[in-house]
Design a protein around this ligand. Structure first.
Ligand SMILES: Cc1cc2nc3c(=O)[nH]c(=O)nc-3n(C[C@H](O)[C@H](O)[C@H](O)COP(=O)(O)O)c2cc1C
Length: 215
């Protein structure tokens, strides 16, 4: 092993900031998530709205990437992307996905699993219209996940679509929102001596069954 990998192996941290108990957690995982996300925002953690999205390809290979959560309510968790991207194509073939938030400073992780659907065209239109102009042009300019010959392709595309649409680019038909409808939630709070708290919520009819998992 090189000296670098030895020092990496020696990196470890004790988690002692907080605890997560059955009695103090919310019986509704959405409310628990809302509370933790608000706490992450209030604690000024970096990019509290960034989450990893895992999808699975047609040949059963998983892949992950980071996106920004743009909405959440009893219907599910929403993010926006290019429907023709790698993740978009994987979700078209297999609509099951997993999300993960890691709020490092709070020693907290949330994992959410479920089935993914597209949000309505009206919802995507409304969110698209709220984005800054350069992001709206960017949605046209970037054939996300495709091989391009160089950065100049993006610059040329951006110039072309800026000239075409001026200040009012419409939402590209290949761009919009996905909503993951949760079937399983897990809340992880780091604790001392690797005896972390893990609460899992699984759907049982209309209710959520909350149980503790060993860390
Ligand atoms: C903090 C952060 C936020 C991101 N947010 C988004 C997003 O909301 N939507 C998106 O399509 N890509 C977002 N990306 C880029 C993705 O991580 C990824 O590169 C892109 O979606 C292509 O992934 P794919 O080829 O697996 O489809 C973000 C990247 C980072 C680091």
């Amino acid at each position: 092993m090189s000296s670098l990998s030895t020092s990496i192996a020696d990196l470890r941290k004790s988690y002692e900031r907080a605890e997560l108990s059955e009695s103090a957690s919310n019986a509704d995982p959405l409310k628990q998530f809302d509370q933790w996300l608000q706490e992450a925002v209030n604690a000024h953690v970096l990019e509290p709205n960034a989450m990893t999205v895992a999808t699975v390809s047609g040949d059963m290979r998983p892949s992950t990437r980071i996106v920004l959560i743009k909405g959440y309510d009893e219907r599910g968790i929403v993010w926006y992307t290019n429907y023709e991207s790698r993740k978009g194509q994987q979700l078209a073939g297999n609509p099951f996905a997993a999300l993960q938030f890691h709020w490092v400073e709070l020693e907290r992780v949330v994992r959410i699993e479920g089935k993914v659907e597209r949000v309505s065209a009206e919802e995507s239109d409304a969110y698209f219209a709220s984005r800054p102009l350069d992001s709206r042009i960017g949605a046209w300019a970037s054939p996300q996940s495709q091989v391009i010959s160089g950065r100049s392709v993006l610059v040329a595309n951006a110039a072309k679509y800026s000239a075409q649409f001026l200040l009012n680019p419409p939402r590209p038909p290949h761009w919009g929102g996905f909503r993951l409808v949760p079937e399983r939630w897990e809340f992880w709070q780091g604790r001392k001596s690797r005896l972390h708290d893990r609460l899992v919520y699984r759907q049982e009819g209309l209710d959520w069954r909350r149980e503790r998992l060993a860390p």
